[in-house]
Design a protein around this ligand. Structure first.
Ligand code: GCO
Ligand code: MG
Length: 403
């Protein structure tokens, strides 16, 4: 048994805010976990520092499942993004340690590679259609086989997912959330034309994805799905706010466009109905918000039973530790679908050193023992935390809209 002797929380902002957990064992083995919850970072940092780290000292680092159950059941208050992100960070760090102790990359501990590489989708954006088409062309040139396309919506001053020129996606930019506007009618008219323009210019030999970001009602989503059928989408993502799981029956009744949901979920219970009633095609839970590798695997196994494939969240607000962990799971699970890959800024890469590689549309995790990622703590200190929030969205009449 190798006891945990130190548990440290690192908050750093190289380009954007990240919370990292560092666990050290009596043998000097270090494990890294991602505890970042965009816009609510310090809540998780405190949950870890004040409530979890003291409980970890002296525990056997090798008993991952037991530690997971201890933290989940032991809290009494179950689930929720803060709790599950904190548990995820511990879990990811313990898998990292187990891999290092075994001298194997984590995917080997999960059963070994079930594929040669991890199919990856990138983001292409544009303030108008010509700019989007240029960005799609650039990503196809880089070798991507799957592209998520977002463009501005006429009448909407700041559209989610479309960075202003020269800005790195995405807009967690201000200490008080910026306010944008939303116009569903304009979006529903415009989105099929935009995605149609992408197909018209580049054809059908690559996967095309689109993120609706929870903004429609079920019947509006049914219409969008129907209007997009001719463009053969790989998926539309988060068509409606998914707290209402049964609402997806209505979308399904109207369209064969595949549906992906799950980045805001944090447990298997949040997607139970969507999966068991086959209301979605892809489950997008992330390793760092859904309880770590241990719980993500459980969700993916349930999904496998119902023919639902995986599509791990991989936005830039998840640190390279999360991406490394996700890639290890992606490589091993039988029902893998696709992995999101937004990339990270150079500043982020200065702090988080990772060994995953990208070639010809596929990512591959590092073959180093564990997760193959480490944090330069001195570099981390150079980037102090500053509060940064995602924008909010209002309709024309000033009322709040889902964003
Ligand atoms: C995506 C997502 C993200 C989220 C972000 C919130 O599909 O990548 O929608 O961009 O908005 O992760 O923190
Ligand atoms: Mg999304």
């Amino acid at each position: 048994m190798s006891k945990i002797v130190d548990a440290k929380v690192i908050v750093t902002a190289p380009g954007r805010n990240y919370v990292t957990l560092k666990l050290t064992t009596a043998d000097g083995v270090v494990g890294w976990g991602d505890a970042t919850l965009n816009g609510r970072e310090l809540a998780v940092a405190s949950y870890l520092r004040d409530h979890i780290c003291p409980l970890l000292i002296g525990r056997d680092s090798q008993r991952i499942e037991d530690t997971w159950q201890y933290l989940y059941k032991g809290a009494y208050w179950r689930r929720g993004p803060v709790t599950m992100t904190a548990i995820a960070a511990v879990d990811i760090a313990l898998w990292d340690i187990k891999g290092k102790v075994a001298g194997l990359p984590v995917y080997q501990l999960l059963g070994g590679a079930a594929r040669d590489g991890v199919l990856t989708y990138c983001h292409a954006t544009g303030e108008d259609v010509p700019a989007l088409l240029d960005d799609v062309a650039a990503h196809l040139d880089q070798g991507f086989l799957a592209i998520r396309a977002q463009a501005s919506v006429p009448g909407v001053d700041k559209a989610y997912g479309v960075p202003a020129k020269g800005e790195f996606y995405e807009p967690a930019s201000s200490a008080v959330p910026e306010e944008g506007h939303w116009d569903t009618e304009s979006y529903l008219r415009h989105a099929p034309q935009v995605l149609g323009a992408v197909r018209e210019r580049f054809g059908f030999d690559f996967h095309l994805l689109h993120d609706v970001h929870h903004r429609l009602t079920p019947i509006e989503a049914g219409r969008l799905g129907k209007d997009l059928e001719e463009h053969r989408m790989f998926w539309i993502e988060d068509p409606t706010p998914a707290e209402d799981q049964s609402a997806f029956r209505l979308i399904r009744d109207h369209t064969t466009t595949p549906i992906a949901v799950g980045e805001v979920f944090n447990s298997i219970w949040d997607c139970q109905q969507l999966i068991t009633e086959r209301l979605i095609d892809y489950i997008r839970t992330s390793v760092s918000h859904a309880g770590g590798i241990t719980h993500l695997r459980r969700i993916f196994s349930l999904a496998e039973l119902y023919g639902v494939r995986t599509g791990c969240h991989g936005a830039g607000d998840l640190s390279p530790i999360s991406l490394s962990a996700a890639l290890n799971v992606d490589l091993a699970v039988p029902n893998f679908g696709i992995q999101e890959y937004m990339g990270h800024t150079e500043q982020t890469a200065e702090v988080f050193r990772s060994g995953y590689t990208f070639a010809n549309g596929y990512l591959h995790p590092s073959d180093e023992p564990g997760l193959g990622v480490w944090v330069d703590e001195e570099a981390a200190e150079r980037f102090p935390y500053e509060p940064r929030y995602l924008p909010v969205n209002r309709r024309r009449d000033g009322s709040m809209h889902d964003w």
